[in-house]
Write a protein that binds this ligand. Structure first.
Ligand SMILES: Cc1cc2nc3c(=O)[nH]c(=O)nc-3n(C[C@H](O)[C@H](O)[C@H](O)COP(=O)(O)OP(=O)(O)OC[C@H]3O[C@@H](n4cnc5c(N)ncnc54)[C@H](O)[C@@H]3O)c2cc1C
Length: 488
């Protein structure tokens, strides 16, 4: 039986393990933290339970394909979100509920944007065509080199070429005129860890996924149920897990990796190795590759950081829906600055998820669990987070103002993660929340590969290798990695 060692228990690592164990491999996981999941993690304290990172996912068929490929039943239940989320603008009492039903959605824009329904239909048609013409060719593929990649891209319908020269913001602006529609339909670019101004227009295909293709899903019992059930399945099939084990060094012989060394000097040998830790950072820090030296890593394009905080209040909160975006009134100025300028945090934009609305067991009776995410500069641009509480307090004050209820007096639980904490906990380069950005020069064959350049028995899976960030992408990544392993 061939042995495989997987470094990291993020969704990428777990789904790779599941695929390999179903093919007869003996699977062992090494994880630096005390519990599995990586960024898809859980914080449980004082009667409150929070999902630490992701709060919904799209493309559920990727999970369905995973369990089908592995010959198991879907181990968790997921429910569609409708509305997808709500959006609140500063100084405007109205809230926009993003329904997938186009008529219901359009009714909210009647007085703001003439012919909204026709415009939205035309916009989504273009997004759909982008999705259909690119995803199979450029995203769900392994490339053996640049030539292979170029040959694949040539197959993309040339009608999409002009879009490559545009930003997400420009593309949205071509279809909509009102400030509200432009901002709302640009929000999804933040899900890629950048802004509509520095994200290529090709990613408007995400709006097709959001509104038409699949929408978003919540997991019954909370997002961490995904991890718990996958780990349960892996244990049942004989996988072993070692926690508090951080890989810091290695031994190799010729073109084979022989063993990995943990922080206590223990050596872990195997036939095959899969690295779920960041594919760029691990190559630099552990394998000490020149191409990924500290200097080279600093020159790469990374996603923004996230200031996340987890709040328990001692009352129910009926003022907002489950998933909510709160926007200020300087969207363009803010978006152009947020990646690099810590001062933008004076006028923060943020997301609030009332976790316990659909999963009441996540808060004690009569209480509510709230998860806040605020996009912030990563540590390249803001390394000092001693002002974290000032920022958090200002967001709580802003939120209280907007919902016309002072929740600061109701807080009985509070935990804050700055980019520094994200870096420390999950080895994320400079606290960049989603890893390497999806810059056109960092995708496809230009992203760190999922097979190692030197060691023939070493592979990578997860957000900073192909295809990129997000939960469905982690599952696709596992498929591409296992394809590589089986062909090696
Ligand atoms: C705040 C936030 C919100 C998000 N929201 C969403 C969302 O709503 N929907 C969505 O689809 N995606 C979301 N994402 C993105 C999603 O969380 C990630 O893309 C995905 O979880 C990455 O999985 P992964 O397997 O690539 O890596 P990770 O989850 O980072 O797993 C890597 C694992 O490797 C371990 N590790 C690292 N180095 C070592 C080492 N040297 N030795 C041993 N172990 C090591 C880490 O501890 C970690 O457990 C969000 C991300 C963040 C930060």
């Amino acid at each position: 039986m061939k042995k495989v060692l997987i470094v990291g228990t993020g969704l990428g690592g777990l789904s790779t393990g599941l695929r390999l164990i179903s093919k007869g491999y003996q699977v062992t996981f090494l994880e630096k933290n005390k519990q599995p999941g990586g960024r898809l993690n859980q914080l449980k304290k004082d009667g409150f339970t929070f999902d630490v990172g992701p709060s919904f996912f799209s493309m559920p068929y990727e999970f369905e394909e995973l369990v089908h490929d592995c010959g198991i039943q879907m181990p968790f239940d997921f429910m569609e979100l409708d509305p997808l989320y709500t959006v609140h603008f500063k100084g405007d009492r109205r809230q926009f509920a993003l329904y997938k039903d186009i008529d219901r959605l359009s009714a909210q824009f009647e007085d703001l944007e003439p012919h909204f329904k026709e415009k939205l239909t035309a916009y989504l048609k273009k997004c759909e065509s982008l999705y259909n013409d690119t995803v199979g060719i450029a995203i769900k593929q392994n490339f053996n080199g640049l030539l292979d990649y170029v040959l694949a891209l040539i197959k993309v319908n040339p009608k999409h070429l002009p879009i490559l020269t545009k930003s997400f913001w420009n593309q949205v602006n071509q279809y909509f005129e009102s400030k509200e529609a432009r901002q709302i339909f640009s929000l999804i670019s933040f899900f890629l860890g950048r802004t509509p101004f520095d994200t290529n227009a090709v990613y408007t295909l995400l709006s097709h996924i959001e509104f038409k293709h699949t929408g978003y899903y919540n997991v019954k019992g909370g997002m961490y149920t995904v991890v718990e059930t996958l780990v349960h399945e892996l244990l049942k099939q004989g996988a072993t897990f070692h926690y508090d084990t951080e890989i810091i060094d290695y031994h190799s012989k010729g073109n084979q990796l022989v063993s990995l060394l943990d922080q206590n000097g223990k050596s872990w040998e195997s036939d095959l190795f899969v690295i779920n830790a960041d594919a760029a950072l691990f190559r630099g820090k552990v394998f000490k590759r020149k191409k990924y030296s500290e200097k080279k890593l600093a020159k790469m394009s990374w996603t923004m950081g996230y200031l996340t905080f987890y709040i328990g209040i001692n009352k129910k909160l009926n003022e907002v829906e489950h998933h909510n975006y709160f926007l200020g009134n300087n969207f363009e100025e803010y978006s152009k600055e947020v990646l690099k300028n810590p001062n933008t945090l004076e006028k923060p934009y943020y997301y609030v998820n009332v976790v316990s609305k659909y999963n009441p067991e996540c808060a004690p009776e009569g209480c509510e669990a709230l998860f806040f995410v605020c996009p912030v500069p990563n540590m390249i641009y803001k390394s000092d987070w001693s002002d974290r509480d000032v920022i958090v307090n200002s967001i709580i004050a802003d939120f209280s103002n907007r919902i016309e209820r002072d929740i600061s007096k109701e807080i009985i639980f509070r935990e804050v993660y700055t980019p520094k904490d994200w870096e420390y906990q999950f080895n994320l380069y400079q606290g960049a929340g989603l890893g390497l950005s999806h810059d056109m020069m960092q995708i496809g064959a230009l992203r760190p590969k999922n097979n190692d350049e030197e060691f023939k028995n070493t592979f990578y899976v997860g957000a900073s290798t192909v295809p990129g960030a997000g939960l469905p992408m982690a599952v696709i990544s596992s498929k591409l990695t296992v394809e590589r392993i089986l062909k090696a």
